[in-house]
Design a protein around this ligand. Sequence first.
Ligand SMILES: CC(=O)N[C@H]1[C@@H](OP(=O)(O)OP(=O)(O)OC[C@H]2O[C@@H](n3ccc(=O)[nH]c3=O)[C@H](O)[C@@H]2O)O[C@H](CO)[C@@H](O)[C@@H]1O[C@H](C)C(=O)N[C@@H](C)C(=O)N[C@H](CCC(=O)O)C(=O)O
Ligand SMILES: Nc1ncnc2c1ncn2[C@@H]1O[C@H](COP(=O)(O)OP(=O)(O)OP(=O)(O)O)[C@@H](O)[C@H]1O
Length: 491
Amino acid sequence: MKIKEILKALSSVVLKVNCDEEMEFDYISSNSKDIKENSLFICRKGFNFDSHKLVDDISEKGAKVFVVEEEIKDYPYILVVDSRIAESIISDIFFNKPYEKLITFGVTGTNGKTTTVHLFHHIMHELGIKGSISGTVMNDIMGDKFYHHNTTPGAIEITKNMYKTVRENGKYYAMEVSSHALSQYRVESIKYDIVGITNITRDHLDFHQTFENYKKAKLHILNLLKPNGIAVINHKLLKDIPNKNIKIITFGIDNDSDYVIHEINSNWSGIYFRLETPYGEKKVASQLLGDFNAFNITLVIAALSEIGYDIDEVISSISTFRGVDGRLEVISEAKKLGIEIIIDFAHTPDALEKVILSLRKITKGRIITVFGAGGQSDIGKRPIMGKIVSKYSDISIITTDDPRGEDPEEIIKDIEMGIVPGSLSLSIIDRKEAIDTAITLANRGDVILIAGRGHEPYQVFNENYKVPFKDRDVTIDIIYKKINKGEKTFK
Ligand SMILES: CC(=O)N[C@H]1[C@@H](OP(=O)(O)OP(=O)(O)OC[C@H]2O[C@@H](n3ccc(=O)[nH]c3=O)[C@H](O)[C@@H]2O)O[C@H](CO)[C@@H](O)[C@@H]1O[C@H](C)C(=O)N[C@@H](C)C(=O)N[C@H](CCC(=O)O)C(=O)O
Ligand SMILES: Nc1ncnc2c1ncn2[C@@H]1O[C@H](COP(=O)(O)OP(=O)(O)OP(=O)(O)O)[C@@H](O)[C@H]1O
C-alpha cells in the first residue's frame, strides 16, 4: 500500500507529511514487539509509555515510515493530532473495511457483554453459520481460540481479526466493546449492523471520573452504526439516547418496550419466561441461572430477529447454551456436601445485587457471599458493594480479589465501610481461607456465592507477582479435602 492511499482518509488529523507519498508499506503496527520488514509504525504517548522514544529500535526492526504525535529526526513521518484516531483510520484502509462484508454485532454495557456475545456465537453456530467473537473470556477468530488481555483489543488487532474472518468465509463478527475502547478510539472506524447496550450502571469511575462521562463513552457506540444499522437497547436507557435518528429497538419489562419480558420463573435448572415480540408471543427456556439473563437473552433474540433470522429458530437454539466460564457457574461437586456453590464474575454493585437476588429466589437455605474488590479500579464502588452484599446475604465474607499493586487490607477496609451494621460479616484476607471458611460455615441447603473473579486464572497482586488462582479449581480442591478428612457430611 502507498502512503498516498491513506493520506486522504487521514486528512482531518494530519498536521505535516514528511515522507514521499509514493512510498510503500506492507504491514502496520503500533507495538514494537510486532514489526515486520517494510512496516508503517504508529507511535503514541500512551498512559504508561511513549513509543516515540523507540523509533531507532523500531526502524532497525524494519519500520520504514512513522505516524507520530511529535516530530522525530532521521526517519520519514506523518505528524498527526492524535495517533489513536490515526490508528483506527489506517487499519480501516489497510484491511479494506472488512466490517462491510460481515454482520457486525458490537455489545457494550456495564454487565452482560460476555454472556450476550457468547450466546450470539452459540446461536449462529446452531444455525450453521460461521463467524468470530472477541471479548473478556475468549477470542474465537474462525476457530482460532485465544485469550487477549483487553476485553476490546486495539484498532489494528480488531480489523486484522475481522479481515481474517472475511478471508476464511466467516459471516459475522460479534464483539464486546468496553467503555475504555470507545473513549480511546479503538473501534472508531468500525461500523456495526447491530449495537447492543445491556445496561449502564456504576463502574470504572477511576478512568472516566464521573458517571456521566462513563455513560457518554458507552452511548458513543450509537454513532458507529452502518446506515441501516439497528441499536438494541435496554428500555431503561431510552431517555438517555441523544441520537434519535437511528433505528432503536428496546427490550425490558416495561410494557412499551419492543420486546417485553414477562414472568421470569427460575429454578436450579434455569430460567423460563414469556416474551412479547413484534412477531407474536414466545416462550423462552434457558439453562442459564439468574433472572438478569432474561435481559441478555432478549437482547440477542431481538438483535437476530431484527436482522431477519427466524425468531423461533433463534429461540430454540437458546436452550442448548450452557453459559460462559465463571458466570453463575454451578460447582456440581458441592452437592456432595449438600450445599450449592456458585462461581460468578459479579464485580459491580448492580451485578452483585442482581446475582444475590436471583439466587435468593431459588434458595431455601442461607446465602453466604465471598467477595472482594479489584485494586486500581473505582475505589468509590467498594463500600457500595459492601452494603449490597451484606444487605442481601445472610453471611458476607470479605476477602482479596486482584489487588493490582494496592494493599489488600486497605481494599478490605474500604469495603467494610459499607457493611450494614448488625449484619453477619467477617473479613479473611486469604481468598482460599475465605472460601474454606464459607464451606465450613455452610449448612445443608445453603448456597455459597464466590463472586468477582469468574473465569480468571490468576490473582494479580502487582505487575510482577501473579499467583495461579482459579476460584473453581481452588473450591473443588477444598471440597475434596473436606470430604476425605470427613469434615462434612455427605449428601
Ligand atoms: C489505560 C489503558 O486503557 N491502556 C490501553 C492503551 O494503552 P496505551 O497505548 O496507553 O499503552 P502504553 O503502554 O502507554 O504504550 C503506548 C504505546 O507504546 C507502545 N509500546 C509500549 C511499550 C513497548 O515496549 N513498545 C511499544 O511499542 C504500545 O503498543 C502503545 O502503542 O491502549 C492499549 C491498546 O489498545 C491497551 O492495551 C491498553 O490497555 C491496558 C493494558 C489496560 O489494562 N486497559 C484497561 C483499563 C482496559 O482497557 N480495560 C477494558 C475492559 C474494562 C472492563 O470492562 O473490565 C478493555 O477493553 O480491556
Ligand atoms: N444483564 C445483566 N444485569 C446485571 N448483571 C449482569 C447482567 N449480565 C451479567 N451480569 C453480572 O455481571 C457479571 C459479568 O457478566 P458478563 O461477563 O457477561 O459481563 P461483562 O459486561 O462482559 O463484564 P466485564 O466487562 O467486566 O467482563 C456476571 O457474572 C453477572 O454477575
